[in-house]
Design a binder for this molecule. Structure first.
Ligand SMILES: *[C@@H]1O[C@H](CO)[C@@H](O)[C@H](O)[C@H]1NC(C)=O
Length: 851
């Protein structure tokens, strides 16, 4: 203990070192510090590990601390959908430095704060856990806190050692050590870990160390191992290493603050610096947030800043490291070609016969859609996650893209859902665990390429963390990384073309002039579901048909071709660029020939009718918008007006809470499991706002309408997510198109968080309309502000009176201005019947979008 006590006084040295590093910009790029300790177990309320296969797995648990019984029944460890939480999540978090998480445990009457900070090199870290009884608490509460440390794969390597012992000792006037551990692992060297707390903490009983021995693939089950220990009355066994799990347990009465600290032996401590570190992080975070994701004047109030901080922090806090084997059906059964008319029943039979392969372990650094419900990697979600992350931390985003592409097999396939290892599998029903190498998913990662390129070429500003790719003294780095990415993207693209190809044999009629081979069909659909498209229950042709062509699949290929064309051009790969250019041209042509339905005035799926005819299947919704959402319609495109009509029609896709996934008039609207059949999904809405914004900026005949719609849609979706967050404490998977309420799984700060991309957009000429004032934090009023308010009100009234007088006096002048505006507008649009609303009023949805 003496050594810790001494080192505790070295914090000044550490802090100075930290400030010097922080002030000089970022840490050295030798080892990006996301390759070090971080809360990379997002499935836990707080869990730390290294992003390497064989790590020390750590995490925080807490419970009602009255007795063993209540501990066993109220223990919190993994994020759960419904555990009586009135919201939890990071209020500020940056992968490179750390952050603050708040957990409102309503059921246990406790507010917890976890402040995590790591040293600049990432080799040492600390988490400060502060517990505050909630206002609604009856009497005093006892809270049990336990930190678990598990040694993955203990027996794989000799020389791993971890010993923990109770060691109560005063560290300083206001800090006491409770438990200390010392360990040595081959890849970590010697290290120390300890728990210490504020001297004012009211401990009940002595801190104890418990140990457990778990089989290798159950090492992640800290919760049940601990409950077993507690309920079996297992004594604590100090000074001896019995098992591969250690629990540092202590119980407090009332409020408490306890630090858990990890550091290599001999390096300066982090404990006393937590507060200072977080102060520093906070100011840096706020500044960066304001520049990277600004908030338009359409949204006023401090609460919106808190809101975007929370969205971004929870997106970043959802970053996890996963390692383990997965289940794959690589039987290549002939039925998987899906060529027969009843292909889905034959596929199902083949699947039930198939032997499932357990792959060798793979690793993945990935963001996650939702910590309680989807704590694992999803291919098509990841593109949306990274759209925001790129702006914040380009190098981290590129690292994550690389990690995903490393999962690609020799054919070019990437499993759409990454369920690696037993811990990840524990959250997935068995029938959904198996991945199929003939199944695709929207290739959203390719959407990132033009953005990365625009940063590298400085065509668009980059305001996030310092990036090695933008270092002017090192142009080789960006080119090298892009050169490495290109063949992988290309391979996946070719895989998709091959495996999801539509059938252009003479067996099925295709419209005249269609370019042969440029049409696609998602494999793996059933009469009610096309999980592979990402839009699960969105209605498609019924019954399914092997001659079907899916509009969204073609649009995704178009978006990929467009992205890869840019990359090939940037890398000077001429023949490759020519290939993509041809594909893109053919795809655009076929979108109109294969998928444009004149009668519905919309883009639609297509199938073969029972009489063998080519037939379009029109369920108006997100699928119909895909060519627009993916940037494949030029501003002058003849179908653009109709697409905007569809989008803006309140009887079709427009709702006060964003664009609904399926039109109000569709026979399947709101039916069945009602997942992609009406609810508002924010990833699609963000794409819509971005495209409308692009149109408003680029021009073309729809410029003005696009600006108006974009401004309104942006306001609607930001407010929907904001209002729901302010009332429920959560961000949701989807939102009701009727009420705006959050639906589906909560704490869904995966792609819903990408609305940070649109909060700052400006719509020239349409910024006027204001969102409701942020109300999550009611302003404190005091006497001074009251006086100021009264004075302000008085001045306002006076000003209004003067204005009213002026207006009366200048009525004729005002009319003249109106006439002038009207004339200019008529000239600009070439129309005579210009209404006042069109120029001025942006609010009246019902009357203005039924064109
Ligand atoms: C197209 O359909 C025919 C007839 O069912 C089948 O023989 C052929 O393999 C199919 N081609 C593709 C690319 O699916």
């Amino acid at each position: 203990m003496f050594s810790i006590y001494c080192l505790a006084h070295l914090w000044v040295v550490f802090l100075v070192a930290f400030i010097v590093v922080a002030a000089s910009g970022e840490q050295s790029p030798a080892k990006p510090n996301w390759r070090t300790w971080a809360p990379y177990r997002p499935n836990l309320y707080f869990g730390v590990r290294l992003p390497v296969p064989d790590s020390l797995l750590m995490g925080l648990m807490w419970a009602r601390g009255d007795d063993d019984e209540s501990i066993a029944h109220s223990l919190r460890d993994t994020c759960e959908q419904d555990e009586g939480m009135a919201g939890y999540g990071w209020t500020k978090y940056d992968v490179r430095t750390g952050g603050t998480q708040l957990i409102h445990d309503q059921e246990l009457h406790l507010d917890l704060q976890t402040d995590f900070a790591k040293s600049p090199d990432g080799d040492a870290w600390a988490v400060r856990v502060s517990g505050t009884p909630r206002n609604d608490v009856p009497g005093t509460i006892k809270t049990m806190v336990a930190f678990h440390l598990a040694q993955e794969d203990l027996n794989a390597e000799e020389g791993k050692e971890l010993k923990c012992k109770e060691a109560p000792e005063a560290l300083s006037a206001d800090q006491s050590a409770y438990i200390t551990c010392e360990g040595e692992f081959p890849y970590l060297g010697r290290f120390e870990f300890w728990a210490s707390g504020r001297a004012t903490n009211k401990l009940t009983g002595e801190p104890v160390v418990r140990q457990a021995s778990m089989p290798k693939d159950e090492i992640w089950r800290a919760k049940s191992a601990f409950v077993d220990q507690v309920t079996s009355g297992g004594d604590s066994v100090p000074n001896e290493r019995l098992g591969n799990m250690q629990f540092l347990q202590m119980t407090f009465e009332g409020p408490f603050q306890v630090d858990f600290i990890y550091k290599p032996k001999g390096s300066p401590p982090v404990s006393e610096t937590v507060t200072t570190l977080l102060g520093l992080l906070e100011s840096q975070f706020d500044d960066r947030l304001r520049t990277v994701f600004p908030i338009s004047t359409a949204f006023e109030g401090e609460a919106y800043t808190k809101f975007t901080a929370s969205l971004l922090s929870n997106l970043l806090g959802g970053l996890g490291y996963f390692y383990g084997d997965s289940k794959v059906d690589d039987s290549s059964a002939p039925e998987y070609a899906e060529v027969d008319t009843d292909f889905w029943t034959k596929s199902e039979q083949a699947m039930s016969r198939a032997e499932i392969t357990t792959t060798s372990p793979t690793q993945l650094l990935s963001f996650t859609p939702s910590r309680p419900f989807f704590p694992r990697g999803f291919l098509w979600d990841e593109g949306f996650h990274l759209l925001s992350v790129i702006e914040w931390d380009l190098d981290l985003a590129v690292s994550v893209v690389q990690s995903w592409l490393e999962l690609m097999d020799d054919d070019g396939w990437i499993a759409r859902e990454q369920i690696l290892g037993p811990e990840a599998r524990s959250k997935v029903p068995e029938k959904f665990q198996v991945q199929y190498p003939h199944y695709a998913n929207p290739p959203t990662l390719s959407l990132l390429l033009p953005i990365i390129l625009s940063k590298v070429t400085k065509a668009s500003p980059y305001l996030g963390h310092t990036s090695q790719y933008l270092d002017p003294s090192d142009e080789a780095t960006d080119l090298k990384s892009l050169q490495e990415l290109y063949p992988l993207f290309d391979k996946h693209y070719e895989w998709f073309r091959r495996t999801q190809a539509g059938n252009f044999s003479s067996k099925y009629p295709r419209p005249e002039h269609a370019v042969s081979e440029e049409g696609y069909r998602w494999r793996g659909r059933t009469p009610t579901h096309t999980l592979t498209s990402g839009l699960d229950d969105y209605p498609r042709a019924d019954p399914p048909h092997p001659g079907e062509l899916h509009l969204d699949a073609l649009a995704w290929m178009g978006a990929s071709a467009k992205s890869l064309l840019q990359l090939a051009q940037h890398l000077g790969l001429e023949s490759e660029a020519a290939k993509y250019s041809k594909h893109l041209g053919d795809i655009k042509r076929n979108l109109d020939i294969l998928h444009w339905d004149k009668r519905s005035a919309a883009y639609c799926d297509a199938t073969i009718s029972s009489r063998g005819k080519y037939k379009r299947v029109c369920h108006l919704g997100y699928v119909s918008l895909m060519p627009f959402l993916l940037g494949l319609l030029e501003p002058e495109h003849p179908h653009l007006p109709a697409v905007l009509d569809l989008l803006s029609d309140p009887n079709k896709l427009w709702s006060p809470h964003g664009l609904r996934s399926l039109g109000l008039a569709d026979e399947f609207y709101g039916k069945g499991e009602d997942y992609w059949r009406g609810a508002v999904w924010m990833n699609m809405n963000v794409l819509a706002v971005q495209q409308l914004h692009a149109l408003a900026v680029t021009g073309g005949p729809e410029k003005i309408r696009a600006a108006r719609l974009g401004a309104e849609l942006r306001r609607n979706v930001v407010q929907t997510v904001y209002n729901s967050w302010a009332t429920t404490g959560f961000v949701w998977e989807q939102y009701s198109d009727k009420t705006g309420e959050g639906k589906g799984s909560r704490a869904f700060t995966g792609w819903t968080a990408c609305i940070v991309l649109i909060t700052g957009l400006e719509f020239p000429g349409f910024e006027g309309e204001k969102g409701n004032q942020g109300t999550a934090t009611p302003a404190k009023t005091n006497v001074t502000t009251t006086i100021v308010l009264v004075l302000a009100a008085f001045v306002l009234v006076l000003a209004l009176v003067v204005l009213a007088l002026a207006a009366t006096l200048h009525k004729h002048r005002v009319m003249a201005i109106w006439e002038h505006l009207k004339a200019r507008f008529q000239k600009a649009t070439g129309r005579d019947n210009v209404t006042y609303e069109e120029i001025i009023d942006l609010d009246d949805r019902d009357t203005s979008h039924n064109n």
